[in-house]
Design a protein around this ligand. Structure first.
Ligand code: 5GP
Length: 183
């Protein structure tokens, strides 16, 4: 979906499609280098990371496996609490595997911090995190995100997998949702 179709719903575009695609190529080159000679399993966090896994995996110049998890973070409204429930677990055993968790955004860090420890407890070879976006000002817990696409301000953003009320995931860019859409 193009900007023209939803321009009244957003305040501004913060990451253009071109900038996103260029950054994903850079991240993929880094991942190619870091995992040279090793196996690699991408674990996408549903549903937000669908676009990121699709683009990152196609930019990698190597074989890669993919698996998916869906988690729900309990909290009040839009705030995450760190209490996480698994809605869909991995299909395959990950003992000894090199796992790269792919996420859309790190906000408080609570969800990813829980997910990383959960996967680490399964006897993996390694677990690292790649997130397209990070809101540094919102961090509640320290979570080591090895690959970050863009640092953004603590506004509510949509697009490229990120939704508001299940909509806007199919925008090829990332934008700040206009206040009038939710207040
Ligand atoms: P955390 O546990 O890091 O606070 O929460 C991360 C999750 O909250 C993300 O995976 C995403 O689903 C949601 N989230 C955090 N910030 C935003 C945002 O600006 N826009 C959208 N659409 N979701 C967000």
């Amino acid at each position: 979906m193009d900007l023209a179709a939803i321009s009244g719903d957003i305040e501004r575009v913060i990451v253009t499609e071109e900038a996103l695609q260029a950054r994903i190529k850079e991240l993929a080159a880094q991942v190619d280098k870091d995992y040279e000679g090793k196996d690699l399993l991408l674990v996408g966090v549903l549903k937000g990371a669908v676009m990121a896994v699709a683009d990152l995996s196609r930019a990698l110049q190597r074989h890669v496996e993919m698996d998916w998890m869906a988690v729900s973070s309990y909290g009040s409204g839009t705030k995450s609490s760190g209490v996480v429930r698994i809605l869909k677990d991995l299909d395959r055993d990950i003992t000894g595997r090199n796992v790269l968790i792919v996420e859309d955004i790190v906000d408080s860090g609570l969800t990813l911090s829980w997910l990383k420890s959960n996967l680490e407890s399964r006897g993996v070879g390694s677990v690292e995190i790649l997130s397209i976006l990070r809101k540094p000002e919102a961090a509640k817990v320290h979570v080591d995100v090895k690959y970050v696409g863009f640092e953004i301000p603590p506004d509510f953003v949509i697009g490229y997998g990120l939704d508001f009320d299940e909509k806007y995931r199919n925008l090829p860019f990332i934008a700040v949702l206009a206040k009038h859409m939710y207040s």
